[in-house]
Write a protein that binds this ligand. Structure first.
Ligand SMILES: C[S@@+](CC[C@H](N)C(=O)[O-])C[C@H]1O[C@@H](n2cnc3c(N)ncnc32)[C@H](O)[C@@H]1O
Length: 277
């Protein structure tokens, strides 16, 4: 994980040098349409407003939660109380629902973007890697209530909260899988012929991120959309993003600083865009 100062400097550089907020200078009609129909859209419809309310409510929840940490940690997680157990690589986290959401879930701005992307592309089969307590799950499921949506998380205590949140919104199209990614993802992939939309948001190491990308690529088709969270969160994640976006099957990559989006359409001109969002 980068220090706060390193991260702030990177963000500042992105804010100064990233362009195309309004689509000016973009020659790809596909990317131009995406900017104008999705990235620039700030309308909040009733469904999104309901998710915002629930997100806001749980962001302040003081409900205690104790669990064994999985993966490479999350934003500011080092501020939580971490204890090594028997010197093994397992860390006991004692926190609250609200803190988890504030430290590691998508923010309202990016949650809304994911909701709009899902609505725009209308995917049939969706996978989310890293449910946590279900905030991004809510945005995805609300955007595509008719889809077949599977989400995987290694911590049972978090999945229970995610179930509670999605039940509150009467979202019934979600299959929650509690499993380690390394053994769980291959099992999930066997159930799908193809995947249309994948949100990668867990185990932020270069090795794991690249490995999940290669596994999921086997189920991608020309219209699939892959979204990676936290692409500039650490040097490891930046290396993963820089490697993945250059894969021969990727036609367009979009860097929005927090999120990285990949498309695989062979008919569109290849390009790597850094877009101010
Ligand atoms: C950044 S959080 C996901 C946040 C969520 N997508 C959201 O925006 O609300 C990443 C999650 O991945 C889980 N995770 C990390 N490594 C894992 C692994 N190897 N197996 C299973 N779960 C893992 C963590 O427990 C954590 O809840």
């Amino acid at each position: 994980m980068l220090s706060s100062i390193q991260f702030a400097l990177k963000f500042l550089k992105y804010k100064i040098f990233a362009k195309h907020k309004k689509g000016h200078g973009i020659h790809s009609p596909f990317v131009f349409d995406l900017i104008n129909n999705v990235f620039k859209d700030r309308k909040v419809d009733n469904d999104l407003a309901k998710i915002f309310l629930l997100h806001h409510k749980y962001k302040h929840s003081k409900q205690a939660l104790i669990f064994d940490e999985k993966g490479a940690g999350t934003h500011q997680q080092t501020k939580s109380k971490l204890k090594s157990r028997n010197n093994q690589n397992i860390q006991k986290i004692s926190t609250t629902e609200g803190k988890i959401i504030r430290n590691s879930s998508v923010t309202k701005k990016y949650g809304a973007l994911i909701y709009r992307l899902v609505k725009y592309f209308n995917p049939e089969n969706i996978l989310e890697i890293g449910t946590s307590v279900g905030i991004s799950t809510l945005y995805i499921a609300q955007g595509a209530p008719e889809s077949k949506f599977t989400t995987i998380e290694g911590v049972e205590e978090k999945i229970q909260i995610a179930r509670k949140l999605t039940r509150a919104e009467h979202l019934q199209n979600i299959e929650f899988i509690c499993n380690d990614f390394d053994s769980g993802i291959p099992k999930i992939l066997k159930k799908f012929n193809t995947l249309d939309f994948i949100f990668f948001d867990g185990n932020h190491t270069q090795e794991a991120t690249e490995s999940y990308f290669h596994l999921c690529l086997k189920k991608a088709h020309n219209n699939s959309v892959f979204i990676f969270d936290d692409i500039h969160w650490s040097s490891d994640m930046e290396r993963a993003w820089n490697t993945i976006k250059k894969h021969e099957k990727v036609s367009v990559s979009i860097d929005l600083f927090r999120l990285g989006i990949l498309f695989f359409k062979p008919e569109i001109t290849k390009g790597h865009y850094k877009i101010k969002f």
